[in-house]
Design a protein around this ligand. Structure first.
Ligand SMILES: [Cu+2]
Length: 335
């Protein structure tokens, strides 16, 4: 008992000393959630919760993933966004290491690059301490619509909002975004145009840039067509990239392939099997068919992919970029 009492006194003294330090005490840590998604991951919200947060110099923010889809938290300090593809002399295309791995930190003073690197998976986090008053925007390097703001006040300035207030507003914003995403998902279906030569189905890969929403599905999860019909997948999402990839009997290729180096972290390369369209214009019942990467804007690239189905069967395909989100579809072809 005497020992326990002594420990209690020490703890009490410790708290007294800590409080007495005033401005020299370490700053507090705030929390921002990165992304949100529906339970089936079909709806991804590319946002930060809260979108704007006000802290004091010396405070830290821990950014924690709230969705399955990858994101970054990147302070560019006015510099240009790094390109997401670096063509190499040997023909390979590298995924930039300054996007893949954390940069700068653990503190940020408004200058230079500070970035989380790729945050992959629920609960992954990155913490940064803000040392200088200012208004700083940050963004996700993968999703152009995803932008947040940190306002840093001089140390000791009263805070305009508590974490609990931010959390409450964030819950509301998240619920609204997911409801809008669910509505977009219900409204998004493949459409059909019939003609003598067969039916042309158009399957949209939809999103809503203003609402920071993407559907990680192909319009209709299952599409029933007849032999001779054509399916055209159309990229209609300015915030994303996708592929349409039928693996055939082989394994689904990886999107990014890691190449270990003798020292340091691995290099990452886009899999050439995914970059290059493959298989031609008609799906003949087996084999590998691939759209290549469908980019809407950065850089401008193909935005649609068509396949005519010439054999009966059930064919499942994937977006190889978004396998963890379950982005797959099935075409059932009958005579
Ligand atoms: Cu995708």
């Amino acid at each position: 008992m005497a020992r326990a009492g002594a420990i209690l006194i020490c703890v009490a003294l410790g708290i007294g000393v800590f409080v007495g330090l005033g401005n020299a005490a370490p700053g507090r840590t705030w929390h921002v959630t990165v992304g949100a998604d529906s339970a089936d991951h079909a709806v991804q919200v590319q946002d930060y919760y809260p979108r704007t947060i006000t802290v004091d110099a010396g405070d830290s923010i821990t950014f924690t993933m709230g969705a399955v889809s990858d994101h970054t938290v990147t302070f560019l300090s006015g510099a240009k966004r790094p390109a997401l593809a670096e063509p190499q002399q040997d023909g390979r295309v590298r995924f930039p290491s300054n996007v893949a791995f954390p940069q700068g930190g653990p503190s940020y003073d408004g200058a230079g690059l500070a970035s989380s690197g790729l945050l992959s998976g629920l609960g992954k986090s990155w913490t940064v301490t803000f040392t200088k008053p200012g208004r700083y925007t940050y963004q996700c390097l993968l999703h152009p619509a995803q932008i947040g703001t940190v306002v840093v006040q001089p140390a000791g300035t009263p805070y305009p909002m508590t974490q609990a207030q931010y959390d409450r507003l964030a819950r509301q914003a998240r619920a609204q975004a997911l409801a809008a995403g669910a509505q977009l998902r219900r409204a998004t279906r493949a459409t059909a145009v019939h003609s003598a030569g067969g039916t042309l189905y158009t399957a949209p890969m939809a999103g809503d840039f203003g609402r920071r929403l993407s559907l990680y599905r192909f319009g209709s999860d299952t599409l029933r067509v007849k032999v001779g019909d054509t399916v055209k997948w159309v990229m209609a999402d300015l915030n994303e990239i996708h592929t349409v990839t039928f693996a055939g009997t082989g394994p689904l290729p990886e999107f990014i392939v890691a190449a270990p180096q003798a020292q340091g972290p691995p290099n990452f390369y886009y899999n050439p099997k995914i970059l290059e369209p493959a298989g031609g214009a008609a799906h003949a019942g087996s084999g590998y068919y691939n759209s290549g990467i469908l980019f809407p804007v950065i850089p401008p690239g193909p935005t649609s992919y068509s396949l005519k189905f010439t054999q009966a069967g059930t064919f499942t395909y994937w977006c190889v970029v978004h396998v963890p989100e379950g982005m797959r579809g099935t075409i059932i072809v009958t005579q």
